[in-house]
Design a protein around this ligand. Sequence first.
Ligand SMILES: [Zn+2]
Length: 375
Amino acid sequence: MSFPENTVPDVVMAPDTSVVPDAATVQTLLDAALQAIAATNDSATLAAAKYQHTGDKSPLAMANGAIGNLPPDERRAAGQLIGQARSQIAAAFTERATQITAVELAAKLHAETVDVTLPTPGHRPGALHPITQMLERMADIFVAMGWEVAEGPELEAEWLNFDALNFTPYHPARFMSDTLFIDPLSSHKLLRTHTSPVQIRALLERELPVYVVSPGKVFRADEYDATHLPVFHQLEGLAVDKGITMAHLRGTLDQLAQALFGADIRTRMRPHYFPFTEPSGEVDLLCFVCHGESVGNPEHPCRTCRSEGWIEWGGCGIVNPKVLAACGIDTEQYSGFAFGMGVDRTVMFKAGAGDLREFVEGDVRFDAQFAGGVL
Ligand SMILES: [Zn+2]
C-alpha cells in the first residue's frame, strides 16, 4: 500500500487479519493511534478517531481477535503486547476526552454568558384600568352597606330598557340618533343605553325588599370627544322597601360621596325630569378640590368645578309607581328610590383628567399613573 507524499495515513491497516502482528507493527499501530488522538481538537474528530483506532474493525481489535490462531504457548505474550497497546490507547482517549470536554464547556459558557449587571428594560407591574378600579370601589361602598351588586346583559330587550321604565313609545331617547338598535328593528333588541334594565330584572327576579347597585357598560350613539364616549360606564342604585323616602336617597348619596371624596363632601339636588322617577332630581357634588371656596373668588379659580363650587354628578329620584307596577309590585305598600351616575366622569373628577378619550386610547403613560390604585 502506498500513500501520496507528505500525507500521513490516519489508519494503519494490519496486512493480514488472521496473523498476529509482531511487536514492531503493534508499536506502529500504537504510535499512529496516539498521534491521531493528539491531533483531535473537538468531540466530533475525537469520536471519529476512536472509531478508527478502537472500533471492531480497527487493526488492534482485529489483531486481538487473531490471538486465538496462535499456538497456545505464544498467546499469553501476544495478548500482553496487544492488551498493553490497547489500554494505552484507551487511557489516551480518556485523557483527551476530558481535555476536549473542558475546552468545549468553557467555550459554551463564554458564548452563553449573561451579564446580570446589565440594566433591564424596566417591566411595569400590571394594574386594573382606572374605570374598573372606580367601578369596584363604588360597588364595595354599597356592599359594605348591605346592598347587592347585580349585573345584566349589554344586549338588552327594548321593553326592559325603555317600556318597563315608563318611556313612552315615542320618547326621544328611543330614536336611532341616541340608541343603537340591533338589526332587524323587529327584534326589539338594543345595546342598553343605561344600566336601569338591570334594576327591572332585579325587581322581577328578587324578593322584596330590594337594595341593588348595577355597575356596567352602556352604549349611546354619541360623539367621540373630550366629554362624550359612545361606550361609557354607569353605576345605578335602586332601593325598594316599605316607607322609602327622599331622605333615604339623600343620605345614601351623601354616604357614597363622602366615601369617595372625603368626609366633608356634601351633595345637592336640583329638580329634573326622568320618566322612571317622580319626583326626579339631578345630584351635584360639592367640589372636593375647592369646597366651593372658588365661587366669587377670581384670585383662586378652581379647574375641577370651573369655580362653580358644585360638580354635576348624576340623576336620582323616587321610583315612579308605574315602574313598580310594571314589575307587579304593590305600590300602596312599597316605594323606592333610584340614582345613577357616570363612572367615567367620576374618575375624571377624581383624577383631574381633562379628556375622557384618554381613558380609552390605551396610552400606557396615561394608564400607568393609576397603577398604584391612586383613585
Ligand atoms: Zn372647585
